[in-house]
Design a protein around this ligand. Structure first.
Ligand SMILES: *Cc1c(COP(=O)(O)O)cnc(C)c1O
Length: 836
């Protein structure tokens, strides 16, 4: 199945690796650097899977299989090397060979830059999806932009966040392959000329400024099944024709398109460049897909039987008018037929109900940049409204609510809903809110279109790769098959949840992971942590609705209490509060909250009266790689968003699968976590989604009542501005005080008391280690539901309907062990092929 024999066994690999490295860098092997070793290892893996990759494409083509193109502005991939070694089934061969050669595999893995092509949860979800579909053998391919600069690198100076460009492509990107022959030219600006020639509509785009989209393909390697899917990253380059009057300006403008990822999570950027990026990768991806489809079938009429375009959040919603443009203008189909095909090809996932996140584009901007796409969108809107009028009459409220273009703006969510056969939310509660409140009008009009697909995480990265001690435990109690079906095998842990010997093993695992995190934090930030303390962790993007501020205020309260209440101090189990969060560069309040957390850390970590009981750490530059060390080390998972605001969350699932106890509100997937583990194995507090929604309807509440009536709140609010903190201007946190006592839109003060009680409960529960370990084991046992393998199966059953790719031979049985097979490498032909 694979004719690149260099991973056959340890000795063969050692020889090949050494020869390749010496040839590539023209140096003695002994003098090579870890970076050079990384590049050689990466390239060898890519050669190793090349045949499978080609084969996967060829089989899908030959069998004329239906496939999915998953369009997402973000894929937060992180490092790929460990994942690729494991999924390709060569991890142990390489590990043992490196041990022999005196190379630290871990150090080599750390040479890879973290591919941060995303902001947070949404992009990480897309990356987890890619791992699962490849592992399930489903023909699902990603489309995104090859941003030269990914999500910014965070620094902290004097407690303030500073942003540095993420130059992840500065060294070679070993995984990608540039495909010049599949480049696509994309038109912007200009004007449209329509004429009729022999009774046929001819649409010409005049004076357009073309940009060439060049694909770079990145392999998405399935676990032990010899399936390799493709993540296609589009890069902007000069087209064959360009405006002669200002070639330099043209070159600068086009470079911008694939230059950087917008660092905004959950806010609508509304910038021309962002719209350009969206059309750029949508048009490139859709045109590429149609080209391949026509090569396979010679017609577009069966497109809906063979292709699904998945629209991940509204960012790629231009797929809808772009597909219409191709079908009507280029393929000459009548509008109705084209619309039918389009509606049956597209599926849309909604990720948020936050009003500020719903994308809307000013008509004047849209029209100028994308003249033809605009007229098509107008026509879609006109026809949709005519149809709505048949049900609700003209000028109805429903018609207004469901219009795509209104008040001078193009509404992308609305466009995506009309143009898709499926609209899904990302957790049960979120989908219910969409159906019954936020998008009720659409759900009434399109019964059956809305459905739920609860998010997930890939257990291969978040357990197999990140938590070796847990892997050992799972192998022991669940059997090595767990990696193939965690939902089936994890529950075997329930039997040993109270077994003292097993509990000890879990405790040891957690301690080892806490030691690893503590070592990393000490190395990077010089803060030493007590790994017998409770690791209470909140890592996620910084946003008011996620309420890092409530966590920070609670720490201030604990500090005050420790300083003033001896009885409390005696009962307080040592705590380490760990944060990690990037704030969008323009989000002033979010940045203030980072400063506040660092200021609190500075104060409490340096107080010798309390710092054996209370420590605070702000982990700098939280990203996927960091998360791989943090998730397994947590005792407590902070999921404290204002109920109804967090669509799902996926961090909550990573923590759960590694045995942390959720301290959370009834929001997003926390609700489902709670249902799975039961009330005794989760700590829930705070307002419910319904209470939140009702309170908003009443116009909110008066935070001053809480300030005046709750001494704890009074004290901490005052401390924000009364000189309590050393080395900061007393006005530093005025803005935070004003926000809390102004509207407190996210109900921080309102939920504060309930949060304090939840934290008290956690303190007591942790002291009873038998009880705590029971809870922890139950959480792991029930977490199998959250594998993205399950999520992807459900997408496929209900939305995509594609069949697994038929590989030539069934994969060797041992290929999918948690640790790739040490002794048995996959069967390979021995066709000689020389490296380098
Ligand atoms: C999982 C993950 C997220 C999402 O976390 P939430 O708590 O669900 O918001 C964000 N960033 C990184 C790096 C992640 O790995």
């Amino acid at each position: 199945m694979n004719n690149y024999p260099n991973f056959k066994d340890k000795e063969t690999f050692k020889k090949a690796f050494k020869a390749y490295l010496e040839a590539k860098y023209a140096i003695d092997f002994e003098k090579s650097t870890p970076y050079q070793q990384y590049v050689v290892l990466g390239e060898m893996i890519r050669y190793y899977i090349a045949k499978d990759w080609n084969n996967t494409n060829q089989v899908t083509f030959d069998t004329k299989a239906k496939k999915v193109y998953y369009f997402s502005m973000e894929f937060l991939i992180g490092r790929m090397i460990t994942n690729n070694l494991m999924n390709a089934g060569v991890y142990n061969v390489v590990k043992e060979a490196f041990d022999d050669m005196g190379i630290d595999l871990n150090e080599v893995e750390h040479q890879e830059s973290d591919a941060g092509l995303g902001n947070g949860g949404l992009g990480r979800l897309a990356a987890c999806f890619m791992d699962s579909v490849a592992s399930l053998g489903l023909p699902v391919h990603g489309n995104c932009i090859r941003y030269r600069y990914g999500f910014f690198e965070q620094g902290v100076v004097n407690g303030y966040q500073v942003e540095h460009p993420d130059r992840w492509l500065k060294d070679v990107h070993v995984w990608e392959i540039r495909k010049d022959d599949q480049a696509v030219e994309i038109p912007f600006y200009g004007y449209i000329q329509m004429s009729t020639v022999n009774g046929k509509l001819v649409v010409e785009h005049k004076d357009a400024e073309y940009v060439k989209a060049v694909p770079y393909d990145v392999p998405m390697i399935g676990a032990g099944n010899h399936i390799v899917n493709t993540l296609r990253l589009w890069s902007a380059e000069p087209a064959s024709t360009y405006p002669e009057n200002d070639a330099f300006q043209y070159a600068r403008n086009l470079r911008e398109i694939s230059s950087m990822l917008y660092p905004n999570d959950d806010t609508d950027e509304g910038k021309l460049l962002r719209l350009k990026q969206q059309y750029f990768f949508v048009a490139a991806g859709v045109n590429g897909a149609i080209r391949l489809h026509k090569k396979t079938f010679g017609t577009v009429k069966n497109l809906a039987d063979k292709v699904v375009f998945h629209i991940n959040d509204t960012h790629p919603a231009l797929i809808v008018p772009e597909l219409m443009r191709i079908l009507v203008d280029e393929e000459g189909l009548p509008w109705e037929e084209a619309w039918n095909i389009t509606k049956n090809c597209c599926a849309y996932t909604n990720h948020t109900i936050l009003a500020e996140a719903l994308e809307k584009w000013p008509v004047h901007l849209f029209k100028r940049l994308l003249p033809r796409i605009y007229t098509i969108t107008e026509e879609i809107n006109r026809r949709v409204l005519l149809e709505i009028a048949q049900t609700y009459g003209p000028n109805s409220k429903q018609a207004y609510d469901m219009a795509i273009i209104k008040d001078g703006r193009v509404h992308m969510a609305t466009l995506a809903i009309h143009g898709s056969f499926s609209v899904n939310g990302v957790a049960a509660l979120h989908t219910e809110i969409l159906k019954n409140i936020e998008m009720k009008v659409f759900n009434d009009y399109y019964p059956g279109k809305f459905n739920n697909k609860t998010n997930g995480i890939t257990h291969r990265r978040w357990v197999a790769q990140s938590n070796p001690e847990l892997v050992e435990i799972l192998n022991k109690y669940c059997g090595e098959e767990w990696i193939k079906d965690p939902e089936k095998y994890f529950p075997l842990l329930l039997k040993i949840a109270d077994d003292p010997k097993a509990q000890k093993e879990f405790a040891k695992m957690k301690k080892a992971r806490k030691d690893a995190l503590a070592a990393k934090i000490f190395k990077e930030q010089g803060i030493s942590l007590d790994t017998n303390s409770i690791f209470d962790v909140q890592v996620k993007r910084l946003h008011e609705y996620k309420r890092q501020l409530m966590n920070a205020l609670h720490i201030m309260y604990i500090y005050n209490r420790l300083k003033s209440d001896a009885e409390f101090k005696k009962n307080y189990h040592p705590h380490t509060f760990i944060f990690g969060a990037k704030a969008a560069s323009g989000y002033v309040l979010a940045k203030k909250i980072i400063k506040l957390i660092n200021t609190i850390a500075d104060k409490v970590n340096n107080d010798y009266e309390t710092n054996s009981l209370l420590k605070v750490v702000f982990c700098v530059n939280y990203n996927v790689t960091y998360a791989e060390t943090i998730m397994p080390a947590a005792d407590v998972s902070e999921q404290i968003s204002t109920a109804s605001k967090e669509a799902s969350g996926t961090g909550n699932m990573k923590f759960m699968m590694n045995g942390a106890i959720t301290c959370g509100t009834l929001d997003g997937a926390n609700v489902e976590i709670g249902e799975l583990v039961g009330d005794d194995n989760i700590v829930i507090f705070g307002m419910t989604a319904k209470e939140v929604t009702d309170l908003y309807e009443q116009g909110g509440y008066n935070p001053w009542d809480y300030y005046n009536n709750d001494e704890r709140i009074h004290q901490i609010i005052d401390q924000l501005t009364n000189g309590f903190f050393d080395h900061v201007d007393p006005n530093e946190f005025q803005m935070i005080r004003d926000t809390l006592l102004g509207k407190d839109n996210y109900f921080v003060l309102k939920d504060f008391d309930s949060y304090v009680k939840a934290q008290e409960k956690i303190n007591e529960l942790y002291k009873d280690q038998k009880k705590w370990l029971h809870m922890s084991i139950v959480n792991i046992a029930k977490s199998g539901f959250f594998t993205t393998d399950r999520t992807m199966r459900q997408y496929n059953q209900d939305i995509w309907h594609v069949s697994p790719i038929q590989t030539v031979k069934a994969p060797a049985k041992k290929d999918t062990e948690a640790k790739a097979p040490a002794k048995k490498a996959p069967a390979k032909k021995t066709t000689a092929k020389k490296a380098a």
